[in-house]
Every structure is written in C-alpha cells, then in structure tokens.
Design a protein around this ligand. Sequence first.
Ligand code: ADP
Ligand code: TRP
Length: 340
Amino acid sequence: MRILSGVQSSGKLHLGNYFGAIKQFIDLQHQGDAFYFIANLHALTTVRDGVRLRELTRDVAVDFLALGLDPAKATLFRQSDVPEVTELFWVLSALTPMGLLERAHSFKDKTARGIAPDLGLFSYPVLMAADILIYGSDVVPVGRDQVQHLEMTRDIATKFNLAFVPKWDPKDPEGVKSGVPGILKLPRAMVQESSAVVPGLDGQKMSKSYGNAIDLFDEDKPTQKRIMGIKSDSTPLEAPKDRDSTPIYALLKLFASPTDMAEIDRTFDEGGKGWGHYKQQLAELFFATFGEARKRRKELAADDAAVEKVLVEGAERARAAAAPIMAQVRRATGIVVAAR
Ligand code: ADP
Ligand code: TRP
C-alpha cells in the first residue's frame, strides 16, 4: 500500500498541522510504503523570497525527523526534486475543467480574504493531483480541509483514464473484472476525525495565516506565553465551565490521557478550577508531549549534511517510483515519439 502526503513549506509547523496531519504520517510509516514530501512548489504561491523558502523547506524536513519520521521506513523528499511532477501537472491541466477549479473551497476562501488570485493559486489542486497520482498512491492522510482536493484528484484521474486508456471502466477503476486498470490510480483520503479541526488561540481553525497558532518548535518562554494567552471567558473559578466557549477544552483533549480527561470533565461540570489552571495544565502537557522532539530538533538542526542526505536519498526513491507511471502517461498521451 502506497501512503503519500505533503506539507507546504510556507511557515512554521503548529499543533494543527501535527494533530491534523503529521501525527498520522508518523503512525502510518509502519503500515505501508510511506512517501512524505515537502511541498515547496505549492509554497511558492505564498512565499516569494528564495532564501526564506529554502530555509522553511529545510525546517520542515528537520521538524519531520524530530517528530519521529524514520527515513529507513518512510521516504522523505522535496517536491521540486521530482521534476516529473510538473510535467504531469501540465498533462493533467489540459484535462481539468475550469469549473472544477472554480468550485475549490481553498481558492474561494483565499480570494474572499482579498488575496489577489494568480494562476498558481488557481491551479494548486492540479499540482496536488499530480503529486498524488504520479506515485500510484492508495491512501492520502490529510486534514479535513484537504478532502475536497482529494475528490478533485479522483475526478482528474478519472478524466485522464477515460481519455487515454481504451476500455477503462470508471466503475471498475482497478480493472479487477475488465482486466484494464487505469494508468492513474484513484486515491482515497484518510482523515483523523478526532482531530480534524484543531482550534487556535482565538477559537478559529488554527492556521499559520491567522496568527492564532501554537508552534511546535518555538522557544519555551513564548510558547508558554501563547498558551496562557488563549482566549477565555469570565466564568468565575468556582462555576462549571462551558466546553465550547473557549478552545481550551478541545486542546486539552488532544493531549490528556483518558484518566486526566475524566478529571478534567469532572471539574468542568462541577467548577472549582479557573481557566488559568487549565491553561497551565495544557502548557505542561505540551512540553511533556513534545519535550523529546524539541530536544532532538536542536541536534538535527545542527547537522545540515545529514538532513540533506535524507532528502537526496528520498528523492531518488521517489523518482524511481514516479518513472514507470510517467512513462505510461507519456506513451498514452503521445508526448513521446515511440510507443516504447
Ligand atoms: P495552515 O492552515 O496553517 O496554512 P496547511 O494548510 O499548510 O496549514 O496544512 C498542512 C496540513 O495540516 C494539512 O493536511 C491540513 O489539513 C493540516 N491542518 C492545518 N491546520 C489544521 C487544523 N487547525 N486542524 C487540523 N488539521 C490542520
Ligand atoms: N495542499 C496540502 C496542504 O496545504 C499540501 C499538499 C500538496 C499535499 N500536495 C499534496 C497533501 C499531496 C497531500 C497530497 O496541506
């Protein structure tokens, strides 16, 4: 089973990225042939500073390794180190209806927030489809906000197979009955429902672009300060607490053991603990959970060569996996001369 996912190198990783996506990636590396990449080409739609993009890309690699990605089990690479991806992107864009892209939530959300749209932002889901389809991915672990992109990927792959694979049957995409599998395999999204949307300091979805994130690898002091600054209401210490009035309960739930959670539930119902107490508990859980990774990150960050080696070896494996599928695409579309 090929498991694949990517994270953009457009900023520092935060708790939402971890619980919504990266934790699953790390857990899944034991269950299949996992490919994880740093989507630096996608990040170009927001980062327009070469020095910074290079730094952010390396930072994501270091973060993944610190969080437990094992390069002997999973393949970690930079998106741009597999140039076939942009070739497939073009082939797929020739098949993608404008209407499909116009319906993308991510595009609509960004333009609604006043971001001037460019072709890169508009075609973002097509590049994502190429990322997924080029490795014959079966399962794509992502946060809930990416599910629509997976549906678009399936639509695009279907269009490709219908156009270029004679007798391919969309009702039997793997060709179990017909003996005619598609060239591009239809992937499925995998969403961790329990942490599908991690709230930020203000209760909105945590996102680096909303300024409401708790970063995984910020220094201790500012991290503690941010956690203590989580929005809370004026419910007095002795009164029962509303689980939905602040993001605190949802955040505690991500970390706390079932026993701790039972105690938190009890005091939320009965009162007796102030918001400050829960924030302090959250800070302690945060440092206990990420302490090891935070320490490891410092060591890894000092060893550029080792990180680069992981990425270069990862790219070799990824290119080897992409090559046979891309060769079939070139043959079927006629963009190579000989039907080799
Ligand atoms: P951001 O919104 O901060 O820009 P990205 O869009 O780069 O984050 O997301 C990277 C991954 O992390 C995606 O798989 C996404 O679904 C997941 N993710 C991001 N924010 C959250 C969140 N608040 N809750 C759950 N998952 C999230
Ligand atoms: N769009 C994804 C995000 O913002 C990142 C991404 C790019 C991705 N290509 C992908 C995720 C392919 C999964 C598969 O999080």
